[in-house]
Write a protein of this length. Structure first.
Length: 192
């Protein structure tokens, strides 16, 4: 008759069983590689490339009311440009914050424009239901290329760009703005 001690696994066999097999090592390596690739993709998706502002101040965009918004007229004071779309939930969510920021800081020389990467009809309908206090212009699909020129490699929205009073690009953010972002930018550029 066997005793319980005779049925137990010897220490050497237990150690061998605890070691990963070739298959487990291969699966772990694949999982690690996939995680690394995912992290790299995410970092690249949110990465900002070197901006090119060549010709930026020569651009003009139609406004929903039919007038034109020439960027050249906005030089000389701090300017926040926000690229957004009606079909972009984080874009729509940040618009009231941007309106408040504009209302609080326009007397101090700040300017803010929203460039809608959208068609005229949805923008007009959206603004009729949810007006904003700052000027909005229509960038359409050209707006995606403009965001890429400004360093937004992914062309994602929302995308915001901060210019100082001299027209120099000072900061950018891909993704939804928060009050702390706007406060930091205001503090960085101060009052005009």
């Amino acid at each position: 008759m066997n005793s319980p001690d005779d049925l137990s696994t010897p220490p050497a066999a237990a150690a061998k069983a605890a070691r990963p097999t070739g298959r487990r090592l291969a699966l772990a390596a694949v999982a690690l590689a996939a995680a690394g690739a995912g992290a790299l993709f995410s970092a690249r998706r949110l990465a900002l490339d070197e901006p090119d502002t060549t010709g930026l101040w020569d651009r003009s965009f139609p406004a929903p009311d039919g007038s034109a918004l020439a960027l050249a007229t906005l030089r000389g004071r701090p300017l926040l440009v926000n690229f957004w779309a009606t079909w972009c939930p984080p874009c729509v969510e940040e618009l009231p914050l941007l309106s408040s920021f504009y209302n609080e800081n326009k007397a101090n020389g700040w300017q803010l424009i929203g460039l809608a990467v959208d068609k005229p009809e949805p923008v007009a309908r959206f603004l009729a239901k949810s007006p904003v206090s700052f000027p909005v212009a229509l960038a359409g699909l050209e707006g995606v290329e403009l965001t890429r020129a400004l360093g937004n490699a992914a062309g994602g929205l929302p995308f915001s760009v901060l210019f100082d009073a001299t027209g120099q690009l000072r900061d950018r953010k891909l993704g939804q703005l928060h009050a702390r972002d706007l406060a930091a930018w205001r503090d960085r550029l101060g009052r005009s």
